[in-house]
Design a protein around this ligand. Structure first.
Ligand code: PA5
Length: 453
């Protein structure tokens, strides 16, 4: 039987009385019911709940076939998308790939294309530099936008598509472009249909930040050379072990939702996701989006922050240990590293490190992790811990579904609609008014007046 990721909240219980815990099972069951029976706010966006168990071998094979085509033609594949349309793929790819994969782009004997990302900012320098980097390389584009109208990816796609067509001709460019978007609507759908690009559909009932287990995440991950079947298997196993009939005592997603809401009720305003492996940096970026957009509304919600440790112990560590006590911490721990480095002994021992000689580096990292958790608990920072047996596609699949499920339950526990994001429109409205976008004439006039112009 496959192992499972573990969730341990014993180090957060100082703040929680047994009476408070007694209320958890009923509340968790009610939130689970709302989620599974589709009776809550945002009920049209619950397609992610059963995605892992309903993904067919045929769908996986089709994605793999497209990935193979891109892999055979491209040294570099640019994943164009923002928010939920790129963070999940990047989280998995960076967790699994060689830390210095970028240095190997175009290197002899390298069989996997390097993935780079665009359309997640509007920086002119970034776009200039990505174009220069791609100039003498064979490249392809995966353009992802559920709405098909988001400015950042649309702008990057316009520039990179023209460059690709100029480099290799329209016909070959068509073979190297894949669009992932809505089945019917949006500018990207219109363009993809007109140009005859290979397309994948983001289901209507799956929102961006819950879409990593659709082609949005699966295609880039497969192009990078990782096993999307294992990823889905891991997610499907977590789907089963957090199903509606699984009580909170055995359901780690419901436990996480309960503890984090209890922390919030006790005055903790910030949850810090901590990792001890740089490869997990983007997992935290994806997690921040998942929780930030799902819970931060109606002037409520924990602020999701993240640190990379031990790196940030030399910067944010001071604040975490002794700053305002408005935080709790969730550590994502990896039980066993994939590689082996043993610390050598040194005859002169001028650096004083011989006490570590013959130990593995991970043993030092693990003691740093334990020491940090204990110090933070002593400093008034409750601690939750999620342990992955190993960093591989299967356990990442489990972890992704675990966080999605915990987030859905947690949002209902908090009393918000976890599946909308009305707040992200405000900056867009101002930007369009300032840029004079057709249809925004009134807003343009109003904003110029406000700025005294
Ligand atoms: O979770 C979400 O819905 C958002 O973060 C979107 O993914 C993001 O805004 C990108 O939108 P789109 O895919 O429509 O371009």
């Amino acid at each position: 039987m496959n192992k499972s990721i573990q969730f341990d909240y014993a180090q957060a219980l100082d703040l929680v009385s047994p009476e408070q815990q007694v209320a958890w099972p009923a509340k968790a069951a009610a939130c689970m019911e709302t989620l599974h029976e589709g009776t809550g706010a945002g009920k049209d966006f619950l397609g992610w709940l059963h995605l892992p168990s309903s993904t067919t071998p045929e769908e996986i094979a089709d994605i793999q076939e497209t990935a193979e085509r891109l892999r055979s033609k491209c040294e570099v594949v640019v994943v164009i998308g923002i928010g939920g349309s790129y963070l999940g793929a990047r989280a998995v790819i960076e967790a699994l790939e060689h830390s210095f994969a970028q240095m190997e782009a175009g290197a002899k004997n390298r069989k996997d294309p390097v993935l780079v990302y665009a359309g997640n900012n509007i920086s002119e320098d970034y776009l200039f530099e990505i174009c220069r980097m791609l100039e003498n390389r064979s490249f392809g584009l995966i353009n992802i936008s559920k709405s098909g109208t988001t400015t950042e990816p649309a702008l990057a796609f316009r520039i990179l598509r023209k460059m690709l067509e100029k480099n290799c001709g329209k016909e070959e460019a068509r073979q190297r472009i894949v669009a992932i978007t809505d089945a019917r609507k949006g500018a990207l759908r219109t363009l993809a249909d007109r140009e005859g690009y290979k397309t994948y559909v983001i289901p209507d009932n799956v929102g961006g930040r819950f879409s990593v287990l659709t082609p949005v995440g699966l295609l880039p991950i497969a192009v990078a050379g990782f096993d999307i079947g294992d990823l889905i298997d891991g997610a499907a196993d977590m789907e089963a072990s957090t199903a509606l009939n699984v009580p909170i005592e055995e359901n780690i997603a419901a436990q996480d939702a309960a503890v984090r809401n209890e922390m919030y009720a006790q005055g903790k305003k910030i949850e810090i996701l901590a990792n001890f492996h740089p490869k997990l940096h983007y997992l935290a970026e994806w997690w921040k989006q998942l929780y930030g957009e799902s819970e931060g509304k109606e002037h409520k919600g924990l602020f999701p922050a993240a640190v990379d440790l031990t790196t940030d112990l030399h910067s944010m560590g001071q604040w975490m240990q002794e700053g305002e006590r408005s935080i709790f911490e969730t550590v994502v721990s990896v039980a066993a590293p994939n590689q082996r480095v043993v610390i050598p002994s040194d005859k002169d021992n001028l650096d004083g490190l011989n006490y570590l000689a013959h130990k593995r580096v991970d043993e030092v990292n693990k003691m740093a992790e334990l020491g940090t958790r204990l110090a933070h608990v002593d400093g008034g920072v409750p601690n939750l811990k999620i342990t992955l047996p190993e960093l591989d596609a299967y356990y990442l699949g489990q972890l992704i579904y675990f966080f999605e499920k915990a987030c859905g339950i947690s949002g209902y526990w908090l009393g918000v609609n976890p599946f909308n994001q009305p707040g992200v429109e405000a900056y867009k409205k101002n930007m369009f008014a300032l840029l004079g976008k057709p249809g925004y004439e009134k807003e343009t006039e109003a904003i110029h007046k406000r700025l005294g112009e």
